[in-house]
Design a protein around this ligand. Sequence first.
Ligand code: PRP
Ligand code: MN
Ligand code: MG
Length: 180
Amino acid sequence: MIESNIKKVLVSEEEIQKRVKELGKIITKDFKETKGLIVVGLLRGSILFMADLMREIKLPLKIDFMTVSSYGNQFETTREVKILKDLDENVMGKDILIVEDIIDSGLTLSKIMEILKNRNPNSIKLCTLLNKSARREVNIKADYIGFDIPDEFVLGYGLDYLQEYRNLPYVGVMKEDVNE
Ligand code: PRP
Ligand code: MN
Ligand code: MG
């Protein structure tokens, strides 16, 4: 059973669903005047949050996805973020809402913001379910944050450990002995 590797539940399914509804309401209000909203999910971690959040945004919108390379186990100096799958939509003049599962160092998001800004959208906003500010290396601030979390190894609700655990409906903390 996969749950035997979980030390504790950090954010429960109920807490997530409640917060997703709140964020959806706020985003719906903020984007009321939009002339074209594109919600961009970053694969693969964002898919559960994206699927739940988009149902709570009560506005016409398009969705699109982007995959960037994971720099996971490399040394800091060699880390770079490359586009593996680009957007299909033209975002020029559109309002972009980027949806992420977690902001950690901020390197993934800062690179993506830079790429998307160069395509001249009307606006770019960022929504993350989890914000781990203790690990930030670049100045990235989300416009919408689900939960601020401590510096622990989290998984579930889209977040993986070796590509597994993404299907858990809650965010949990992994047992240390599994992690090494
Ligand atoms: C994870 C997570 C974020 C990113 C955050 O993705 O989903 O996208 O890392 O880290 P950062 O702020 O330090 O850049 P990962 O690269 O593991 O790919 P995944 O979404 O497919 O799990
Ligand atoms: Mn990711
Ligand atoms: Mg990952």
